[in-house]
Design a protein around this ligand. Sequence first.
Ligand code: ASP
Length: 272
Amino acid sequence: MQGKDLLSCVEQGLAACELDPSFLAIGLGALPNSDGEVELDAAIMDGRDLSAGAACAVRNIVPVISLARKVKEKTPHVMLAGDQAKRFAIEQGFEPRNLMTAENIRRYDEWRAGRTEKQYVHAAGEAYEHRGDTVTLLGLEDGHTVAGCSTSGIAWKAPGRVGDSPIVGAGLYADDEVGSAGATGLGEELWKACASFRAVELMRGGKSPQEACEAVARQMIRRQPAASSMACVVFALAKNGEFGAATTTAEFPLWICRDGRSEMRVYKGLDG
Ligand code: ASP
């Protein structure tokens, strides 16, 4: 964080994860869609003025979180999608590149080998295996909060599929009046629940971050049966520095970094 504003810290933290090819979750070398192409989603939101930028279903551009920031700062829009987002990235100086690596090609070939032509083409209707991954960062400094999120979505997803991560209110939300929240897990369910916005609004109504996250996860378990088929995680950070997290099922490791020191906490599924 030395010398950097909070927005840049969040952006650069995510960019570093995206540019690490050994990290299969996001960016370069992430697990691809059912056509074998990496399609990335990202968003960033500034709690100071609720400004936000997002890019979704983008191919061949990393870090896509930096593209999301460009959308926020260089256009009057919140989101650009697909090949048109890529065109904007190139205009902004990004160099298109191949995001496949020996390792994600190997994983894709392994997945693909077990399927007939009909089964793999667009893999429509296939139940998700637990193969998602996202990095969502919530930053707080002197009562100011920023949320950022980057993902390659669910592995082997249908081409063009976009989940919660780049959607303001679903995958992330930040408002300096209250704090911020983020999500990871089964994007379709988190999106339907408007999970991050709901967590922030529950905090605005007086709940602690932990109470807010548990309320969101419990409502998802009650109202959305599919939310228990794969982890749906929401976590929140109040402007006073308190934080909390909850997952519908399975376990979720939350990393907390305070004044340069990191610790990890594991949250257990509320359905258990
Ligand atoms: N939420 C992401 C998505 O649905 C995936 C994940 O977080 O695992 O695209």
